[in-house]
Every structure is written in structure tokens, then in C-alpha cells.
Ligand binder design. Structure first.
Ligand code: UDP
Length: 324
């Protein structure tokens, strides 16, 4: 298929673009490089630097069969500080894309949603039927896109699938040996921050944001998923888009891991005694966030095949050898 990957210069978008190319698809990446990196775009993809508002219609009219939509702002803290930016980029940009799809007759879309749409969960693991009460503009703007997709499926016959997930980790190496991994600036995520500490062996310590949560070891529990498993889910979703339907699937790895457990695995993988210190809680962190993948497993046959150790080992390989 001829596919448009929006946000294909970012972490998840570039891994999925690479996986799509390896599955034999023809990929065009549209990315404004506001947070992505041009050198993350797979060499075999056509790269267009541009925005959803200004460039999506032109790119789609060149003969695209389906869209995988990743382009978005994704920092919770930034969204709280600057909500308008998130509504403009995440909802405004997505609506421009959907409108361009409608105009050009492209009807299939896989959307990178987020489990942040659920807010503080009432139960664990979170299922797709659970209430959506986002606690920040990031989650709210993504939920608004999900709602738009439901409408575009009903009104215009779009075949859409939204994938909702929490913490993505790991890296991917393509058949040419190129690594794709996480390069955020600033980096706020746990695993790359811990590995950065191991890489630089500099002064200081990894910060554990609170150890007084109601969890087995007192630190927050999160659902980590390998970016290559996530890419596999996007490929399955692409094949399952059905005209007139918007389907929503959670992705998770079943169990969660505490911050201390993650740091422990990072120590094992790197062979370094990475120092860590407990600091006050980070605002807005729920104690446990774990999603149920039962639906996508039973409906689309998706399976998690990479464990936390593999995520950390791949992220470590990327941190040591990949671009930074
Ligand atoms: N965390 C931490 N120290 C860090 C970064 C994150 O203790 O330097 C904790 C954070 O409070 C959360 C978990 O690790 O409980 C995962 O955070 P991350 O920012 O990676 O992802 P989030 O769960 O916010 O999407």
C-alpha cells in the first residue's frame, strides 16, 4: 500500500515507518520537524517537511491508500502550561488532516491515541469501555481526535482504528542496521533518563519521584511496551480498518513495573550501579497505570513478544551506538 505516516520523524512514527517499509509498503513521511529529527526518517521513505494544515491535502492527492497518524505534541507538563498549543496542534492539525482525507477520498486511518484519555483510572487494568476523563490538555486533545474519528467514520465512511497506550520504550534496528530510538529534548521519560545516567557516568543520581505510593515497593507502577511490539500493533490495525467503523484498542503488556524495578533492570543490563535518590512526587502521577490488551489480542491477534529486559537492552544499544 501507499501510506502516509504523519510524524514519521519522531520516535514511534519513525519505528512504524521503518516496519511498514520492511513489510513491503511504500511510505511517505510528513513531519514539520518541530520535535522530530530528519535523520530518523527511514532512507527508503519519501520525506516531506511540512504541516498537516498546509501540506496534507497535496500529499494525499498524490495517491495515498491509508494514513498512520502520529504527528502531535506529547508532553503532559507542556500541555498544562500551554493548553492552546495542544488544542491547535493535536486537535486542529488532526481535523485538517481528516478534512484533507475526506476531500481526497482517503478513508483509512490508524491513529496514535493515548491511555492518558482515561485520566485517573477507577480500576486496573484499564479497559476500552472505562470512562474517559483526561486530567490534562494532552489527554483531552487526543480524546477529541478520537471523538472526531468516530464522527468521520459514521458520517463519511472512514475506517479508523485508535490505539491507546502508555509508556513506550526500547529501540528498533532495521535490516540495513540503522537504529531508531528515543531522542526527546528535554527527555522526561524514565528509561532514557536512567540510561543517560549510565552512559555519562556523571555526577548526580536518577530521581525517583516519590516512594510513598500504595504500591508493593512504594514507587509508581507503569505499563511499558516495546516500540517494535507497538509497530506490530499498527500493522495489524492497518489491515483491520473497516469502512464506517471506528474501533479503539488499548495496548499494554499485562503487568506493570515499578520505578524501582525499571531502575533495577537498567542496572542489570548496563552492568552499572546507577545511583538513584528519592525526591518528592511529580505532580499528576497516578500510582498505577496499566492497560488491558485483551481486546486487541482477541480481535486482531496482537501479542506482546518483548519483555522489559529487551526494551532496556535495545534502548541501551541505541543510547550507545545510535545518534544522539
Ligand atoms: N519517573 C521517575 N524519575 C524520572 C522520570 C520518571 O521516577 O526521572 C517516574 C514517573 O514519576 C512515573 C514513571 O517513572 O511514575 C514513568 O514516567 P515517564 O515520564 O517515563 O512516563 P509517564 O508515566 O509519565 O508517561
Amino acid at each position: 500500500m501507499r501510506l502516509l505516516v504523519t510524524g514519521g520523524a519522531g520516535y514511534i512514527g519513525s519505528v512504524v515507518a521503518s516496519a511498514l517499509i520492511e513489510a513491503g509498503h511504500d511510505v511517505t513521511v510528513l513531519d514539520d520537524l518541530s520535535t522530530g529529527h530528519a535523520d530518523a526518517v527511514p532512507a527508503k521513505a519519501t520525506f516531506i517537511r511540512g504541516t498537516l494544515r498546509d501540506d496534507a491535502a497535496r500529499v494525499l492527492s498524490e495517491g495515498i491508500d491509508a494514513v498512520l497518524h502520529f504527528a502531535a505534541k506529547s508532553l503532559v507538563g507542556e500541555s498544562v502550561a500551554n493548553p492552546a498549543l495542544y488544542w491547535s496542534h493535536n486537535l486542529g492539525g488532526s481535523l485538517a488532516l481528516l478534512e484533507a482525507m475526506r476531500e481526497t477520498g482517503v478513508r483509512r486511518i490508524v491513529f496514535s491515541s493515548t491511555a492518558a484519555v482515561y485520566g485517573e483510572p477507577e480500576r486496573t487494568p484499564i479497559e476500552e469501555i472505562d470512562p474517559t476523563r483526561p486530567t490534562n490538555p494532552y489527554g483531552a486533545s487526543k480524546l477529541a481526535v478520537d471523538t472526531s474519528l468516530t464522527e468521520f467514520a459514521r458520517m463519511y465512511g472512514f475506517g479508523a482504528i485508535s490505539l491507546r497506550y502508555f509508556n513506550v520504550a526500547g529501540a528498533h534496528q532495521d535490516s540495513d542496521g540503522k537504529w531508531y530510538g528515543e531522542r526527546h529534548s528535554p527527555e522526561t521519560h524514565l528509561i532514557p533518563n536512567v540510561l543517560k545516567m549510565a552512559l555519562t557516568s556523571g555526577p548526580g543520581a536518577v530521581k525517583i519521584f516519590g516512594d510513598d505510593y500504595p504500591t508493593p515497593d512504594g514507587t509508581c507502577v507503569r505499563d511499558y511496551i516495546h516500540v517494535a511490539d507497538l509497530a506490530g500493533a499498527h500493522l495489524l490495525a492497518l489491515g483491520a480498518c473497516t469502512p464506517g467503523e471506528h474501533r479503539i484498542f488499548n495496548l499494554g503488556n499485562g503487568a506493570g513495573f515499578s520505578v524501582r524495578e525499571v531502575i533495577g533492570v537498567c542496572r542489570e543490563v548496563t552492568g552499572q550501579d546507577i545511583p538513584a535518590e528519592v525526591t518528592p512526587r511529580r505532580e499528576g502521577d497516578p500510582a498505577v497505570l496499566v492497560a488491558s490488551s485483551a481486546q486487541i489480542t482477541s480481535r486482531l491477534g496482537w501479542r506482546v513478544s518483548r519483555d522489559l529486559r529487551t526494551m532496556v537492552a535495545d534502548a541501551w544499544a541505541f543510547a550507545q551506538g545510535g545518534p544522539r
